[in-house]
Design a protein. Sequence first.
Length: 222
Amino acid sequence: MIEPEVAFIDLTENMDLIETMVKYIINYLFNNNHRELAFLNDNGDDQLLTRLQNVVDNQFVRLSYTEAITILQTAVKNGHKFDNADIFWGMDLQTEHERYLCEQETKKPTFLFNYPKEIKAFYMKVNDDNKTVAACDLLVPGIGELVGGSVRENSYDKIIARCHELKIPTTDLQWYLDLRKYGYYKSAGFGLGFERLVMYVTGALNIRDVIPFPRTPRNLLF
């Protein structure tokens, strides 16, 4: 994972940063590795260059989780077949749902944001509605989720209350909680799956083909 953390930014600025970084990486590859990309396009995924160009040419779509649920529910009513067609507010979306949103609904990279707090980590900042958290995922055509990020809760009292709500023992987390207790200011960050990114920009179909140190069960000799 590539894990930036930035002080003094909110969720919108966090999504701006994610979008800028992904576009920068692809533009860098276009400028410095176009021959390799063309080779991969001609000998593997013949839509690779078109798909990557679509990323850099378009502003990423931003959908709230609630909007995404409505879109998926409408798709089911209109006859679209999901393996899991029981779509409801509060569910944790699966890859098939994420890929439908960015491949068939928006047809471009898409942020989902403001997820239900019950399906996200305790350290994410709870929104004023007390139902959702200031979190986002970037979905890209071809693989689904590429980046996940959030604004971090900066209030000591609120993060303690959230731990109690989720029945998370605070003893082992005291070092983290003390960061909020002694002068922490707001921050946001995200995790970019590096291997997923390599998979995306090369057109590889299986993530095992892009892992630099393959993790295959029962194949390491001691």
